[in-house]
Design a protein around this ligand. Structure first.
Ligand code: PNS
Length: 162
């Protein structure tokens, strides 16, 4: 069974990588699918996010990285994936995730959403938290991979220099 792990990944965190590693043990293949959403103003371009994810999932053989526009279920069907993989951190994630899972089920009943409980070490972690810390000069090396930390420092340094 092929699983899609959809998300914004702006940027990918150690919490995401943990879900990808564990998902790759459960499924034949995990496709990490970066949503290209023109209405959002991301820190990193889709191309950069793909590059970051590819670099930090190199150690996992059955992972592919891609981007998509539109509905996740349509992307999943196109790639013969039967599962949408999502991580659940805390109770507050649950409402949004359940709504999304139900919505996706109404759009395509053949595709199941599978939740993995995020490693408790990363239960507080999100891409937004990482960006907020970095923006104010805090340490993020324990939250993201080295390549992503470098990219973030570079971005904010550039922003400060502007
Ligand atoms: O990392 P995120 O931002 O929490 O991921 C959200 C994502 C990309 C999984 C979700 O917004 C999504 O699937 N968007 C694509 C549009 C879609 O399929 N909408 C219907 C389900 S609510």
């Amino acid at each position: 069974m092929i699983a899609i792990y959809p998300g914004s990944f702006d940027p990918i965190t150690l919490g995401h990588i943990d879900i990808i590693e564990r998902g790759a043990r459960l499924f034949e293949k995990v496709i990490v699918a970066v949503l290209s959403n023109p209405s959002k103003r991301p820190l990193f371009t889709v191309e950069k996010r793909i590059e970051q994810i590819t670099a930090c999932t190199q150690h996992i053989a059955n992972v592919e990285v891609d981007s998509f526009i539109g509905l996740t279920v349509d992307y999943a069907q196109l790639h013969n994936a039967g599962v949408l993989l999502r991580g659940l951190r805390v109770l507050s994630d649950f409402e949004k995730e359940l709504q999304m899972a139900h919505t996706n089920k109404t759009l395509n009943w053949e595709i199941e959403t599978v939740f993995l409980a995020t490693n408790k070490e990363y239960s507080f972690l999100s891409s937004s938290v990482v960006k907020e810390i970095a923006q104010f000069g805090g340490a993020i090396k324990h939250l993201v991979s080295n390549n992503v930390a470098q990219d973030i420092y570079y971005k904010y340094k550039n922003k400060q220099d502007e």
